[in-house]
Design a protein around this ligand. Structure first.
Ligand code: SAH
Ligand code: SF4
Length: 363
């Protein structure tokens, strides 16, 4: 893995201690952090926002992560699986709406049938948009050969959050079995690199048992790994999960939100030219959460284009926003939302990670 960073700004060497101090900042210090990150963002990636139409393909999952509302053992969930035609129609909608890019996300399923199905869908999406859409997958841990097949069939980017870079904390958030190993997640991230993807990862912020030191380390870990894109946001409790009893230990929602904004701002300072998503979870806490994330450093917005009737069933956490909207409602709303942030929307642009491109040039 190439670990050389082409940027040379003193800020990229923030120590663990300095990051913790920034995470704790308030008043003028906090304002200065956000001003700095906004300036760096404008200089390196510009005040424009890339769109990725988000298609939540299925809420069926073979895993049992303790934080997630659609975990396998939650029997209260009505499971769904979008039909191929629905996925293709959503991709067409994104293309015609000039989004430039889509994300296909789902619970984790690893089977020959699933590999072949996604491979077939990717080829059809490429065909129907004549290669005009970039596709990101977020379908969990798979084998290198599966990742390679999907890459060849048309996926360019892959999002696999590490959730936390602290292996001990990871153990507390997952069942202790072969399917949920921290090392396996790391190996999957490495396999994605080998397969040639633009690799995205991220963490949840404000998890039970998580410290500011953990979060500071998460940022340095992402920097060391030379990650191309990041999606991170607040942890939000879900009543039908094993972590729910720990909800009294959590930071208040407003603090979790503020911490998430600071994480985005510091990451932008550390990794100037990567793509950072304004996560949907930010909007669950604050109606203008995603706009605020964009102002302090995020540059990717993911409008949900899953057919409206399914949205209510993809509930990873409580109070997920926009579950009662259609894709068209969402499109109208983006224009207004982005105007509020003083950013323009990069229609028809793929919005590849500038970081990924500069790494290729520097190799
Ligand atoms: N199954 C895939 C992709 C879908 S889950 C995977 O796990 O990689 C996508 C992300 O949702 C997870 O990576 C996790 O970070 C986030 N998520 C799950 N439960 C959450 C919760 N309770 N609060 C906030 N984010 C959550
Ligand atoms: Fe499944 Fe992803 Fe939820 Fe874990 S976080 S239970 S892998 S959908």
């Amino acid at each position: 893995m190439n670990r050389k960073n082409p940027n040379t700004d003193s800020f990229e060497n923030l120590s663990q201690q300095a990051i913790v101090a920034l995470l704790q900042s308030s008043g003028a210090e906090r304002t200065a952090l956000f001003e700095q990150s906004a300036q760096i963002k404008e200089k390196y990636v510009g005040n424009k926002v890339y769109l990725r139409g988000l298609i939540e393909m299925s809420n069926t999952c073979a895993k049992d992560c303790f934080y997630c509302g659609i975990r396998k053992s939650n029997k209260k969930v009505t499971r769904y699986d979008l039909k191929d035609e629905e996925i293709l129609a959503a991709a067409r909608y994104a293309y015609e709406s000039r989004y430039g890019s889509i994300v296909i996300q789902s619970g984790e399923l690893s089977s020959k049938r699933n590999t072949e199905r996604i491979e077939g869908l990717l080829k059809q999406i490429r065909e129907q948009s004549e290669g005009g859409l970039r596709v990101t997958l977020s379908c969990g841990e798979q084998s290198l050969s599966c990742y390679e097949r999907w890459r060849k069939a048309g996926a360019d980017r892959y999002l696999l959050r590490i959730e936390t870079s602290n292996p001990e904390l990871y153990l507390k958030l997952h069942p202790h079995n072969q399917n949920h190993r921290f090392e396996r997640r790391l190996e999957a991230l490495e396999a994605l690199r080998v397969a040639g993807y633009q690799v995205g990862t991220g963490v949840m912020i404000g998890l039970p048992f998580q410290t500011l030191e953990d979060l500071a380390y998460d940022l340095r870990w992402m920097q060391q790994l030379e990650i191309d894109m990041v999606g991170m946001g607040p942890y939000l409790e879900h009543p039908d999960t094993p972590l729910y009893p720990y909800r009294n230990q959590l930071l208040p929602l407003a603090d979790r939100f503020d911490l998430s904004l600071k994480m985005i701002a510091i990451l932008r300072i550390l990794m100037k030219d990567i793509n950072i998503a304004a996560s949907t979870a930010m909007q669950s806490i604050d109606k203008l959460g995603r706009e605020k994330a964009i102002k302090v450093g995020a540059n990717v917005f993911m409008p949900n284009i899953t057919p409206g009737i399914y949205r209510d069933f993809y509930r990873l956490y409580e109070n997920k926003p926009c579950t009662d909207e259609s894709a068209e409602d969402c499109s109208n709303c983006i224009e207004v939302r982005m105007a509020l942030t003083g950013h323009s929307i990069a229609y028809d642009e793929w919005g590849d990670s500038a970081h990924y491109q500069s790494k290729k040039i520097n190799k």
